[in-house]
Design a protein around this ligand. Structure first.
Ligand code: NAD
Length: 213
C-alpha cells in the first residue's frame, strides 16, 4: 500500500459514516457517484481514495453496501476495541467522558488521569480518575491505546511526554497548542478555537459590508 494521505483517511471516515447510514436504511447497493454527492467530493476522488486499499466493487455495477462498509471498517481499524484514557479530568475531560456515543465503534474509556489530588478517585463516565504517579502502571495494566488530551495549555507538553513514556501511540489533542511527539506516536488535533476563527472568516467573506481586507 502506498503512503495514504491524511485527507484520504479523513474522507474514509466520511464514507464510513455515509455507508453506515445507508446500511441502517436498508440500502444494499451504492456507487462512487452516490457516495461522492453525499461526501461533497468527485466520484473520481472516491475511486482514487479506495484504490489505495485494493480493488472494490465491479466496474459499472457499483458497490455492495455491507461489503464496502466491512472493508472500510477493517481499513480504519474499527473491528477491534480501543482502550482510551482522558488526560485532564476537568470540564472538557468530564464532558467527553459523559458523551453517550463514546462507546460506539469500540472506543472504551478505561481511565482518567489528573494532576489535581482532589480529582483522584473521582469517576468520569464509567472510569476512575488516577493520579499521575499511577499513570505508567495503569496504562500498562488497563492496556490503554490512546489518550484524549484535555489539560491546560501550559501542561500540554509535560502531559504528552508522560503519556508517550508510558507507551501511548495516539493522542487526540484538544489543547490549542502544538505538541511534539516521536515519529511512532500519532497526534490528531481537535482545535475548537481554530474552527471558530475559520467560521468568522467565511461569514465575513460572505458579508462584504463587514469589510474584507
Ligand atoms: P479545566 O481547567 O476545567 O481542566 C483541566 C484539567 O487538567 C484539570 O482537572 C487539571 O487539574 C488537569 N491538569 C492540569 N495539569 C495537568 C497535568 N500536567 N496532567 C494531567 N492533568 C492536568 O480545563 P478545560 O476547560 O477542561 O480545558 C482543557 C483543555 O481543553 C484546555 O487546553 C482548553 O483550551 C481545551 N478546550 C476546552 C474547551 C471547553 O469547552 N472547555 C473547548 C475546547 C478546548
Amino acid at each position: 500500500m502506498s503512503r495514504v494521505p491524511a485527507a484520504t483517511v479523513s474522507r474514509l471516515v466520511t464514507y464510513f459514516r455515509i455507508l453506515s447510514d445507508l446500511e441502517a436504511q436498508g440500502v444494499e447497493k451504492t456507487s462512487s457517484d452516490d457516495l461522492a454527492v453525499v461526501a461533497g467530493v468527485s466520484a473520481f476522488q472516491v475511486r482514487k481514495d479506495l484504490a489505495y486499499f485494493g480493488r472494490f466493487g465491479t466496474r459499472g455495477t457499483g458497490y455492495k453496501v455491507p461489503t464496502l462498509l466491512r472493508r472500510i471498517r477493517g481499513i480504519l481499524g474499527l473491528t477491534r476495541t480501543w482502550n482510551v484514557a482522558i488526560m485532564g479530568a476537568g470540564r472538557l475531560g468530564q464532558a467527553l467522558a459523559d458523551f453517550p456515543k463514546f462507546g460506539e465503534h469500540g472506543f472504551v474509556l478505561k481511565a482518567g488521569f489528573d494532576a489535581d489530588p482532589a480529582k483522584v478517585g473521582m469517576r468520569i463516565g464509567a472510569a476512575e480518575v488516577y493520579g499521575l504517579d499511577a499513570l505508567a502502571q495503569k496504562i500498562q495494566e488497563l492496556e490503554i491505546d490512546m489518550a484524549f488530551l484535555t489539560v491546560p495549555t501550559a501542561a500540554a507538553q509535560p502531559a504528552v511526554d508522560l503519556l508517550v513514556e508510558a507507551g501511548i501511540r495516539g493522542i487526540l489533542n484538544f489543547v490549542p497548542s502544538v505538541i511534539t511527539v516521536p515519529a511512532h506516536v500519532f497526534v490528531e488535533p481537535v482545535d475548537f478555537l481554530a474552527g471558530v476563527k475559520r467560521l468568522a472568516f467565511y461569514i465575513q467573506k460572505m458579508s462584504p459590508e463587514e469589510g474584507t481586507p
